[in-house]
Write a protein that binds this ligand. Sequence first.
Ligand code: NAI
Length: 352
Amino acid sequence: MASPATGVVVIVGSGLIGRSWAMLFASGGFRVRLCDVEQQQVTDALENIRKEMAVLELRGSLRGRLSAKEQGSLLSGCVDVRGAVEGAVHIQECVPEDLELKRKVFAQLDQIINDQVVLSSSSSCLLPSQLFAGLVHVAQCIVAHPVNPPYFVPLVELVPHPDTAPETVDRTHALMQKIGQSPVRVLKEIDGFALNRLQYAIISEAWRLVEGSCFQFHSPSGGHILILIPKHGREILRKVGQKKEGVVSPSDLDLIMSDGLGMRYAFIGPLETMHLNAEGMVSYCDRYGEGVKRVLKTFGPVPEFSGATVEKVNQAMCLKVPADPEHLAARRQWRDECLQRLAQLKRQMQPQ
Ligand code: NAI
């Protein structure tokens, strides 16, 4: 074996995310114990992971220094988490996003773990203060939220409970780096954490642009003024006799991201974009700050995500990808292959 295993990690829940974590920890040389409630589920998960590792190795996309066979040999499965936590350095919970279920799992783990192991949840949006409330080992608890598919999208949001020990955050940060992920520290818990807040801001304005929930008046000078739809926007709309229609089509909206903003966001974030788009951040704020504020003031209210706009967007999406299991699975596979290539490119393109 190229390098010895560096410790034991327990994964609780062997679904989509549990399997991904198992692969990531094995790629870092950790011995992984994968637990679930059903033996068959565990057996299937281990078989699926080993097959996936072999395919990735053939494609040259297997992560880590060990071969697929070596990584596969680091995995074992179990249905009794009590025996599995013995000697573990890290436990990653990956059961479904259900607060009561997760609290039950953490209450059980709380009774059997020692004072050393980190107890981490993969939760996408449950707050640490709800997940870990009342646990004896709360100082060792943290949310480590991955992004799907975690094998190719390395970001992990680390979100502490108010009583999480700083050492727990530091250890989890170091562990994530060790397995090649990109951890970020969310310094205090907030609904949606950071990634989904950004994502929802984009979804929200995307929806308004497609829906036309801001609309144009002709100004006396002949130009157009964008006006924020007020509470009684519908009445105003009727009075001026304008049809509520979108600013861009749903497919063009997606193109703005995939062939526009998304191209650079794969390498630099929005703040660095500002910095580079002028002579530094101060210059950007001087030059563009007022314009950004003016446009932001035209943003409409939170969309309803219902009614005619859902039909309109769904129709456009189904033209591109019919919403049946086969087409969706094929498109996801294509997406993952794109992300795999992008991950390779990002590794080659180290910052100067
Ligand atoms: P999933 O439904 O694919 O897998 C959940 C697994 O947990 C199943 O295998 C189930 O049998 C097992 N399970 C249920 N109760 C259990 C128990 N008491 N003990 C052990 N195993 C148990 O769910 P998925 O998608 O893997 O999600 C897991 C977590 O990861 C959720 O909190 C989710 O919000 C989060 N997450 C999901 C993402 C996604 O895109 N699917 C992305 C990021 C985070």
